[in-house]
Design a protein around this ligand. Structure first.
Ligand code: WT7
Length: 650
């Protein structure tokens, strides 16, 4: 990222101080930064004492064989006991752990005492199916209470789970079952999606026909929709039949702090998916601490809602392990935000009195597109903290979120992290940080992050480069499952002794960190590095634009040319001269070098199920190429629409 373009690109100057009442009663104050700076390891050793240990650790970090870290290595605990039983033992058995809201409108409140019994039965059930400590279990489920129960049951018996997102194909499931060598698959007949039951089990059957899945002994099937499904006698087992006859008490066994807790596959832009390995105590320490600090959780009074799918790391860390380790009451919603109407989310916030909401910029922009009048129909006064994760949030979306969802009163925390980091790494603290729309800003207490140049040297304030993490952290990935070399090559070989996150970043004049998207999303235009995120932000700051996706297309004159795909607000037809006006607008906001060569209005943008724009496919369109793999798109017909609209796109 060249500095001259950065100077142009840094235009956001708004700041929002923490509300006095949040600051006055905040779980974590500025003192935490000082304590952690004084003695980082002592700070984390103290955070580890949030957990209940069978054997308390005497060691904090073993970094004798970097980058293979061991945290709290001589300690022993049970993760599920920490997320469930200990809250019951502390007298909170009657507290609701999960308010489940099904898409058709059915609901179910599960207290910590009930959760304890359900997890106990499921743990016995897995044992009866022959699952032993260390065996891998694949979980391929919709968003149901049983999904959480299944994960906790695996954790309870020390069987690492590998959750595969329920909308992935049989192929994707088969690859992941094979790579992890899973022995049991937990699934459901189906789930409710966009107003109709959608089947899951047939994809499991198909995946299990592949030779790589030959070691799967059993498929445990939760009944959700009651639809007809194929059944393989002897292999397939109904969840309710098996769990109902199990005892509802189960003695938790303690495992080593570094016992594998789960594998979660990240797609990666190229090559086969990487199985990111997370282990027990360090992971749980960091997700519990960050959930407490970043969301300021008060377990007695707050109602937390993270809208992610449990199939993503956000769901693992901030639906399952973080909130439950902290004894939170939380919402779990099965369906889509617009079924049966565009206000469904806000109706849920109102119904349960949600106080903390954690969602993704793509969802926020979609709600912006649907219009301010939708959330305005619901009472959202219970909300006190809003969070964002998944990609850089454009200042316009940040401001809209705060204003229309947060009533112009709630702090917004923009949290940067990755599947690999396990937990939140860079984020404002709601009671401490004066927030800047669009910036994740500061590494959390105990986390060391910086921005470096091509040679790995730290850049000064006002400069840009790559985000790097400079010290190990408790919830860091331990390796890529079965491939230590790929772990070294991918994350630890770019900069000596530092973790390479793969994100572009810059530091503003005050030293706050702004994330600029994946490094592959930085364009080279006439010798200038320009981030796709910043051009997209400039575009959506124009009143006519609801969403924008920007790619660099190969160009004989300028190396790459900026090509923007935009969705117009209100879906209205494009008027004469609009494209010119938009180009001029970007030029004014960011400087002439960032002016898109082409701007193409479209109806939809191609997105993965985690909400990330598939720029790779748009680049294919912009460069007139055959489309690459579209299997991870939520809706692959989007690409047909875009291509049909743009016969001359190149
Ligand atoms: C990538 C990680 C972390 C859970 C969901 C995604 C991008 C994530 C932010 C943010 C800017 C962000 C980065 C990162 N990202 N949060 N607040 N600001 N970028 O997990 O699928 O592993 O993706 O998401 O590019 O590297 P993931």
């Amino acid at each position: 990222m060249s500095n001259e373009s950065l100077a142009n690109l840094m235009t956001e100057t708004r700041k929002f101080a923490p509300p006095a009442e949040v600051a006055a009663d905040a779980n974590v104050t500025a003192a935490a930064y000082e304590a952690a700076a004084d003695d980082r390891l002592a700070f984390w050793a103290k955070q580890a004492r949030r957990l209940s240990w069978e054997t308390a650790p005497t060691q904090t970090l073993d970094w004798s064989n970097p980058p293979f870290a061991k945290w709290f290595a001589d300690g022993r605990l049970n993760v599920a006991y920490n997320c469930v039983d200990r809250h019951v033992e502390a007298g909170h058995g009657d507290r609701v752990a999960i308010h489940f809201e099904g898409e058709p409108g059915d609901s179910r409140a599960i207290t910590y005492a009930e959760l304890q019994r359900e997890v106990a039965r499921a743990a016995h059930a897995l044992t009866e199916l022959g699952v032993r400590t260390g065996d891998r279990v694949a979980i391929y489920m919709p968003m149901l209470p049983e999904t959480v129960i299944a994960m906790l049951a695996c954790a309870r018996i020390g069987a690492p789970h590998s959750v595969v997102f329920g909308a992935f194909s049989a192929d994707a499931l088969a690859t992941r079952i094979e790579d992890a060598d899973a022995r049991v698959v937990i699934t459901s007949d189906g789930g409710y999606r966009r107003g109709a039951p959608s089947a899951l089990k047939p994809a499991v059957d198909e995946a299990l026909t592949r030779p790589g899945a030959a070691n799967v002994r059993h498929v445990l099937v939760v009944r959700r929709t009651g639809q007809d499904i194929p059944w393989t006698e002897g292999r397939d087992v109904w969840w309710h039949e098996l769990t109902e006859r199990q005892p509802d008490e189960h003695t938790p066994e303690a495992f080593d702090a570094e016992h594998p807790l789960f594998i979660l596959y990240t797609s990666g832009t190229t090559g086969r998916p990487k199985g990111i390995l997370h282990t027990s105590a360090g992971y749980l320490t960091q997700v519990a601490f960050t959930h407490h600090a970043v969301f300021d959780l008060k377990p007695e009074t707050d109602v937390f809602w993270c809208t992610a799918d449990v199939g993503w790391v956000t769901g693992h860390s901030y639906i399952v392990y973080g909130p439950l380790a902290n004894g939170a009451t939380e919402v779990l919603y099965e369906g889509t935000p617009n079924t049966p109407h565009n206000g469904r989310w806000w109706e849920i916030v109102q119904k349960y009195g949600v106080t903390i909401l954690y969602t993704a910029p793509t969802a926020i922009r979609t709600c912006m597109k649907w219009g301010d009048d939708i959330p305005a129909q619901f009472n959202l006064e219970s909300l006190r903290i809003l969070g964002s994760v998944g990609e850089p949030i454009n200042p316009e979306a940040w401001i809209w979120y705060r204003k229309h969802i947060g009533g112009d009163r709630t702090p917004v925390v923009d949290t940067w992290w990755q599947t690999e980091t396990g937990g939140i790494m860079i984020s404002p603290l709601p009671g401490v940080t004066a927030a800047k729309p669009g910036a994740a800003q500061v590494p959390l207490p105990g986390i060391s992050a910086t921005v470096v140049d091509d040679d790995g040297a730290e850049v000064g304030n006002g400069s840009g480069g790559y985000l790097a993490l400079t010290e190990p952290w408790p919830s860091m990935l331990r390796t890529i499952w079965g491939d230590d070399q790929r772990f070294l090559d991918t994350y630890w070989s770019r900069f000596e002794g530092k973790y390479f996150a793969g994100d572009g970043a810059k530091k503003d004049a005050e030293g706050d960190i702004w994330l600029l998207g994946r490094v592959d999303d930085v364009m080279l235009v006439s010798g200038h590095n320009i981030s796709t995120t910043e051009v997209e932000s400039a575009l959506v700051s124009h009143p006519r634009i609801a969403e924008a996706a920007v790619v660099g297309a190969t160009d004989p004159q300028t190396t790459q040319a900026i090509c923007a795909f935009v969705i117009l607000r209100g879906g209205a037809a494009e008027e004469e001269g609009l494209v010119e006006e938009l180009r001029a607008h970007v030029s004014k906001e960011l400087g002439p070098i960032a002016k898109p060569k082409r701007i193409l209005p479209v109806d939809e943008l191609p997105k993965t199920r985690s909400g990330k724009i598939m720029r790779r496919l748009l680049r294919d369109v912009a460069e007139n190429r055959e489309l690459g793999d579209v299997t991870t798109l939520t809706d692959s017909t989007v690409m047909d629409l875009i291509q049909r609209k743009l016969p001359t796109a190149a």
